[in-house]
Ligand binder design. Structure first.
Ligand code: GLA
Length: 737
């Protein structure tokens, strides 16, 4: 992390609030706060193209959101606005009439909170980054709330989180503790949400928000995003398109229960409250111990969803995802080829196949562990992380060595947060497992969740990884899975604080990952959760990539990957070519190539032509992966709007682009018009070269492959991208000269 300079500026409202609180802190003194009127303070917290501006109202000492949107010419004019704006972080119990950001009950039973501005501090840890910390205090109770706004200027992305500290003499209960509250005044609000289930992640739905409350949330605890991913678009004043319209893209960096509340009030103003889901999660706050919320990450665009996605991709590459700027490993996985049934000779063969294909790494999936209860199916062995002696008599060391001798790397699957009842772990540590003491155990995929609130369990999970990497330093990759949600959950360790479970679980998971990252800072780890059940920027700080879905049928994948592309950069979205789906190998390959490509097929069953095609495709991918991973994404034709999907990536110097075109279906007489490209330099001339030309497949339409055109032509007239044949695809390499 580069630390160029740190600039700290502190500004205080010098004569703002005298609290008059009881020194014990347990009771208010009865003397109400004295607010002396002072001048309004404007606090800007924007980015290169965005202004997020707060205003302290000198009359009441409260903090308001004065403006959020496109950059203003003169922010001083806001002082002349007749109303102060909307509450920056609305409290409950005094005069707020709508959904609050924060609600607490003090230890004397008083259920109210009032927050007044005290001071703000600006930090500049990097020329690109500004952190604005705004301190608010209750005038009567010793409670402090600090709003943190981290602005990434170049990326046009803002991160918001909150810290709450109480200094009463006893614990205080907080019931709501949002990360962010934002307000909008528009004529219409269109919400785009992303929901799904196992094997059908990231389905897109868009609806207009009407008066009242709409909530997007999850209550699953772990594998928390199985039904709803913590991301949304909010379009203002009408629907937005790829290139037009005003909107924000928002996401919460939290791997547990999240909640987004959208409330349209009687005047048509919208408040958006984002944070941990407070459902069944009242939290007892000890005196002096800060409660820090996860980050709400968002970007504003007045050039449609495409710009919003690119902003998030840039931010994720530079800041949001572990080693976002570094290359990824291509791999061969054995899950769908062997499932649980393999042995050393079979795996040695797969190591050869990895090499033969030209891939970097072989990833050994589930089924390699457990002896008393061998992991031969998903009913036993989970938790017993010792090599199964029948399948791997020579241990993982043998496979690491074999891989090395064949010139490929070796990676391994683990699911360290979980346990099968049929395991030694379950027998030896019943107290380490989340389960209600007086009700039947409730299984999902025949397994239960370990109690990560317990420090002994944290140590165990840490050691699953650290123990393995210490014993076999040659292991080069991990796939970290998490295959179930919480049900019938009860923590022996938490005793009377059961409502802390959902929050402590996630924070302790992060502590484990943080500790692992101290020791293994650049080790690649894939985040998996029965497919894409845990995809968020809280986890991705520690992971290099994620498994998008167990559904690898390429037709479905076009939609799933399209959905992820709105919020996550392509290098993080793992797409494998598998036996799912009856489409051609070319179609499968072209679909996987738009993200982080991998394989999970029986290589030995490929025909000679197919093998050659795959080897060439991998060579193409390696040559182009930097453009695909780090180039700007333009979604040109949506599969939700036409029978095809077309997208392209282009590098920052606009010298190299890759275009993917997928024809999903075609009706009689359907006209697949030329596609106009975007993001090119109009003055440059580009050569169009079709790549991944299939062994059998000839084109079924006109192709410009081999010809050259100016960027101007390509953006105004376009290309005949792809063919009219259902389930066909084309990939074009576009190079300026
Ligand atoms: C989950 C993952 C799969 C595979 C299996 C192994 O379902 O999503 O990719 O690893 O577990 O049991």
């Amino acid at each position: 992390m580069k630390k160029l300079f740190v600039l700290i500026i502190t500004i205080c409202l010098t004569h703002s609030v005298s609290s008059g609180q009881d020194p014990t802190g347990s009771q208010p003194s009865g003397e109400s706060a004295q607010i002396k009127q002072s001048a309004d303070i404007i606090i800007p917290a924007g980015t290169k193209n965005t202004d997020l501006i707060y205003r302290v109202n000198g009359k009441d000492g409260r903090l308001y959101q004065a403006y959020f949107g496109a950059k203003l010419g003169n922010t001083d004019e806001l002082k002349q606005m007749r109303d102060a704006g909307h509450p920056a972080y609305a409290t409950f119990g005094t005069d707020n009439l709508f959904e609050p950001s924060i609600r607490m009950t003090h230890n004397d039973g008083n259920p109210s909170l009032e927050l007044k501005y005290i001071s703000h501090k600006i930090e500049k840890p990097d020329p690109d980054i500004t952190i604005t910390n705004i301190l608010l205090k209750d005038p009567v109770y010793p409670v402090e709330v600090t709003l943190h706004i981290k602005s990434y200027s170049e990326e046009d992305v803002i991160e918001q989180w909150v810290e709450i500290v109480q200094n009463e003499t006893k614990p205080v209960t907080i019931y709501n503790y949002a990360s962010s509250m934002l307000h909008f005044d528009a004529t219409q609000y269109w919400l785009t949400q992303f929901h799904g289930d196992w094997a059908e992640e990231m389905k897109v739905q868009e609806n207009e928000l009407t008066s009242g409350i709409k909530i997007l949330d999850t209550k699953l605890g772990t594998r928390a995003h199985m039904y709803q991913t913590p991301v949304f678009f909010l379009s203002l004043n009408g629907k937005s398109t790829e290139n037009d319209g005003e909107l924000i893209a928002g996401t919460l960096g939290w791997s547990g229960n999240f909640q987004f509340v959208f409330e349209v009030d009687e005047k048509g103003s919208l408040r958006v409250i984002s944070g941990i889901n407070p459902f069944a999660s009242e939290y007892s706050l000890l005196p002096g111990k800060p409660f820090k919320t996860p980050s709400f990450i968002f970007t504003y665009s007045n050039q449609g969803k495409g710009r919003a996605s690119r902003n998030l991709h840039h931010w994720a590459t530079n800041f949001g995802i572990m080693d976002g700027n570094k290359p990824r490993l291509t791999l061969l996985n054995n899950w769908e080829t062997t499932y649980f049934s393999f042995n050393e000779p079979k795996l040695a063969g797969l190591l050869d196949d990895t090499k033969k294909m030209g891939l970097d790494l072989f990833l050994l999936d589930d089924g390699w562990f457990g002896n008393k209860y061998p992991r031969n199916n998903d009913r036993a062995g989970l938790g017993d992380w010792q090599e199964n002696k029948t399948k791997l008599p020579d241990g993982l060391g043998y496979l690491v060595k074999e891989a090395d001798s064949k010139g490929v790397k070796f990676g391994i699957w683990i699911e360290p947060e979980m346990v099968n009842p049929k395991s030694e772990l379950y027998e030896n540590h019943p107290d380490w497992i989340l389960k209600l003491p007086n009700r039947p155990e409730n299984y999902y995929r025949n397994q239960l969740v370990l109690d990560l609130t317990n420090p002994e369990v944290q140590e165990f999970v840490y050691n699953v990884v650290d123990g393995m990497l210490t014993k076999y330093p040659g292991i080069a990759f991990i796939k970290w899975d998490c295959n179930r949600m919480m049900t019938n959950a009860y923590s022996v360790y938490l005793k009377d604080k059961q409502s802390h479970l959902y929050i402590d679980y996630v924070n302790n998971l992060y502590d484990i990952l943080y500790k692992l990252r101290q020791k293994y800072p650049h080790f690649p780890i894939m985040l998996c959760s029965g497919g894409g059940g845990r995809v968020d920027y809280g986890a991705l700080r520690y992971f290099t990539e994620f498994w998008a879905s167990d559904d690898t049928d390429p037709l479905e994948r076009v939609y799933i990957q399209w959905g992820y592309s709105f919020f996550f950069p392509s290098f993080a979205v793992c797409n494998h070519i598998t036996s799912w789906g009856k489409q051609s190998l070319k179609f499968k390959t072209d679909v996987a190539m738009m993200g982080k490509m991998g394989y999970d097929i029986p290589v030995n069953e490929l025909t000679e032509k197919e093998l050659k095609f795959s080897q060439e495709a991998i060579t193409n991918y390696k040559r182009l992966s930097d453009v695909i991973w780090h180039g700007d994404l333009y979604r040109l034709i949506s599969p939700y709007e036409e029978n095809r999907a077309v997208l392209m990536y282009i590098n920052s110097s606009k010298t190299k682009a890759v275009l993917f075109a997928y024809t999903l279906n075609s009706r009689f007489g359907e006209n697949f018009n030329r596609v106009r490209l975007q993001g090119l330099d109009p003055a440059k001339t580009y050569k169009i070269q079709e790549i991944n030309v299939s062994a059998e497949g000839q084109r079924f339409g006109p192709s410009e492959s081999g010809r050259s055109y100016t960027g101007d032509y390509l953006m105004k007239i376009g290309l005949n991208a792809g063919t009219g044949l259902p389930l066909s695809s084309a990939v074009y390499e576009i190079t300026s000269f």
